[in-house]
Ligand binder design. Structure first.
Ligand code: C2E
Ligand code: MG
Ligand code: MG
Length: 712
């Protein structure tokens, strides 16, 4: 059997209803007019139970079989109008390829054994031309080798007839609807799936959406294929329509693509929206911006691009957790949307950054009004879970055509303006101006390298001693942060801290400074030096970290430094932000045993009530007062008052920035007990500070020309 390696048994049934294929694979089939039959024939001359198909094995153990048709049912009841097989009336017949059976002399059934090499799609019952071709080929094959095939026992095992038979029934079993109509608009075939999916098809016929305008379209269709999408209720179908002009038939293969459509729509939505806030995302914003720019260029219009972010969002996320932060972003997004007009776009750019596009503005005033409105609506607190929170934002604004004529430059400049707004103190808006970029770029460069600074070991601490005037004894050491940038050299700590505050790096930097200072202090003590307190500076934002006390407690535990050898130094700015919070932190720090020092006293607030209310141990007089002595040595009133004030509160008073002997002497006269400044020592590297400590147990020998200490 060269030609037929395997085959299947099929019946092609043609009755009043349609032409269809049934694959035979079961052991028995009842056939008749009644719907309870396994094969139903729609023809009035056919008996209720007209005939029976029986599968007969060729040999008891082989796989080969054929079908026998018997008139009537298995109980012995005969049909009314009999069976005519190949023109002869029969009561029983072993079927062979090509046999034609007429039930009751009318409904026609053909029996075929066909090769499996034919594509499944070709077994479509409605494409009679293809079916005939297959049958024709089968005829040749059967003539050549069928007799050998069926008797060739060796090949029997290779025949996977069960599978093949199953495939032969493809259109009937297909879960996808198949419908055929003729050019007169009459339905000539529907498979079961079509009957189930489109129940009203036979009543509505050409009025049914799936058949609507199919005949008209035949004239407009190039070639013989039409593909269209049909929406019926909530369902969407993809319909492949074949126009067979020769046979005047229109055949549709229909696929329910509702789920695919839904997921496509979901994907499309996701591609352009932020799922957390449901706002358009960056991709959508860019698209809108480029459309608006084109329009503005044509109409000589003005556009505003606004970049904004939440002040202090990192703190919220760090302290209260991400789910809390997410809710803040959601509520913030809602308020933003309520501030803009229809036609404006509010998008989430990423993280806590948002962008707004105003595609039509008359002048700057329009934008200012919006910025003010946004700042205004944020004055009301956010209520999230049990917390009440005040959120502020900074806005950077760039205007087309003044600040840029393309998407990139407008966005970049709005971002630079935002940066500037933050630098100026947050909770404000800032228009772009050309002087902003260069600074923003420099800061950007610094910011990028700051991220790597800890890893690359670019930070170090310098130590500056505080000295008791009467004895020359070192009473404490202040740790001062240094960053040596490989390209830019030393970066001033004030700048570095300001920069770190704008990023989330302030937290790891804080930890690094504290840990390094505590470890160094302990190392000195372990090396036999007299134990001294070490002072560590905390910026307002560092101070406001909700877990500051825990962080300090942990660092002390990790390094092993006793708490009373640590002094936390803050400025009054840290207090005025939230006095209640500050009071709690101070209380916790004091109960830990850590001292608190008030830095830069005399600048800013210098509130007497702060000295009264808060448990400071040290008051540091800002260096500007000491340096003023250089200009006006007689003018000591303020300095004197500050020293007195500190003493009256029982505080250790340290004068900062003492550079000359003259300053020193005045301070001594004013009964300032301790000083810190270049005159004694600049902030020193660890090795140099160690050397200085080595010389520590000494008496000071004050001479104008020497800042050296002499050994006792
Ligand atoms: P500060 O805490 O008031 O520190 C004293 C500053 O005065 C230091 O500047 C020190 O080098 C400088 N100084 C000391 N003696 C003299 C003197 O005789 N004359 C003059 N002209 N200056 C003197 P530095 O190191 O540049 O630090 C500046 C500020 O940066 C510090 O002011 C402090 O507020 C901040 N800072 C430094 N390190 C840290 C840190 O680790 N964390 C935080 N948060 N801030 C830090
Ligand atoms: Mg300080
Ligand atoms: Mg200071």
């Amino acid at each position: 059997m060269n030609h037929l390696s395997s085959f299947r048994h099929i019946l092609v049934i043609e009755d009043q209803k349609a032409r269809r294929i049934v694959a035979l694979e079961e052991a028995t089939y009842s056939i008749g007019r009644e719907s309870s039959n396994s094969i139903v024939i729609y023809e009035s001359v056919v008996s209720r139970r007209h005939a029976t198909f029986l599968r007969i094995r060729k040999s008891p153990h082989g796989n080969e079989y054929f079908y026998r048709i018997v008139d009537g049912d298995l109980e012995g009841n005969k049909s009314t109008n009999g069976l005519i097989i190949n023109g002869l009336t029969c009561e029983s017949h072993d079927l062979r390829h090509g046999d034609v059976v007429l039930f009751g002399g009318r409904a026609k059934t053909s029996y075929y054994i066909i090769p499996s090499t034919v594509e499944i799609a070709l077994f479509n019952p409605i494409d009679s031309s293809l079916l005939e071709e297959v049958i024709e080929q089968s005829n040749i094959a059967h003539n050549n080798s069928y007799s050998t095939l069926v008797s060739d026992k060796n090949d029997q095992d290779n025949l996977e007839k069960q599978d093949l038979v199953r495939l032969a029934s493809f259109p009937e079993l297909s879960p996808n609807p198949i419908i055929e109509i003729n050019y007169h608009g009459e339905i000539t075939y529907t498979n079961p799936a079509a009957n189930i999916k489109f129940e009203s098809l036979r009543e509505e016929v050409l009025k049914h959406p799936i058949l609507k305008s199919l005949i008209d379209q035949s004239k407009n269709t190039e070639g013989n294929l039409l593909l269209r999408e049909v929406q019926i209720g909530d369902n969407v179908f993809e319909q492949y329509v074949h126009y067979l002009s020769d046979s005047q038939l229109i055949r549709s293969y229909i696929f329910d693509i509702t789920e695919r459509k839904q997921s496509e729509q979901k994907l499309k939505y996701q591609a352009f929206h932020d799922l957390l806030t449901s706002l358009p995302n960056r991709a959508w914003f860019n698209k809108q911006l480029s459309i608006s720019l084109e329009q503005a260029k044509r109409n000589k219009g003005v556009i505003a691009v606004i970049f904004l972010d939440l002040d202090g969002f990192k703190n919220i996320n760090d302290s209260l957790g991400h789910s809390y932060g997410d809710q803040v972003l959601q509520q913030f997004a809602k308020r933003l949307v309520n501030c803009v007009r229809a036609g404006d776009t509010v998008a989430r750019w990423g993280g806590d950054e948002f962008t707004i596009l105003l595609p039509q503005v008359r002048d700057e005033d329009d934008t200012i009004k919006l910025a003010q409105r946004i700042i205004e609506v944020l004055k009301k607190p956010f209520h999230i879970k049990e917390h009440q929170l005040y959120i502020k934002t900074s806005l950077g604004i760039a205007i087309y055509p003044r600040d840029g004529d393309n998407e990139e430059s407008l966005l970049k400049n709005a971002d630079a303006a935002l940066y500037r707004a933050k630098e100026k103190g947050r909770n404000r808006y800032q228009f772009y101006s050309s002087t902003i970029t260069s600074k923003a770029l420099l800061l950007l460069k610094l910011e990028n390298s700051l991220y790597q600074a800890i890893e690359k070991n670019e930070f170090s601490l310098h130590y500056q001693p505080q000295v008791k005037l009467t004895t020359g004894e070192i009473t404490g050491v202040e740790a001062l942060l240094r960053w040596y940038h490989p390209d830019m050299g030393q970066v001033a700590p004030a700048k570095l801290i300001a920069l770190a505050e704008q990023t989330d790096l302030i937290v790891p930097i804080s930890q690094w400074v504290l840990k390094t200072a505590c470890s160094q202090n302990l190392a000195w003590q372990q090396a036999g030096f007299k134990p001294l307190p070490i002072t560590v500076n905390f910026s307002p934002r560092q101070f406001q970290q909700p877990n500051l006390v825990t962080m300090i407690e942990q660092t002390l535990a990790e390094t092993g430094l006793p708490p009373y050898y640590l002094e936390v130094e803050i400025t009054e700015t840290s207090i005025i932000h939230d006095e209640k919070f500050a009071a709690q932190v101070f209380k916790d720090l004091r109960s830990l045993g850590v001292s608190i020092s008030l830095d830069d006293f005399g600048t800013g607030y210098s509130s007497l009530s702060h000295l009264q209310k808060f448990p400071f141990q040290t008051l540091k007089i800002d260096q500007s007062f000491v340096q003023a002595l250089q200009v006006n040595p007689e003018d000591t009133a303020i300095l004197s008052a500050m020293i007195m004030l500190g003493r009256s509160f029982n505080l250790r008073v340290v004068a900062e920035g003492v550079e000359t002997l003259q300053q020193l002497e005045i301070l001594e006269k004013l009964h300032c007990e301790e000083v810190q400044g270049y005159w004694f020592s600049r902030p020193l590297k660890t090795e140099d500070a160690t050397q200085l400590l080595l010389q520590h147990c000494i008496k000071r020998d004050i001479t104008e020309n020497s800042s050296e200490f002499t050994y006792k």
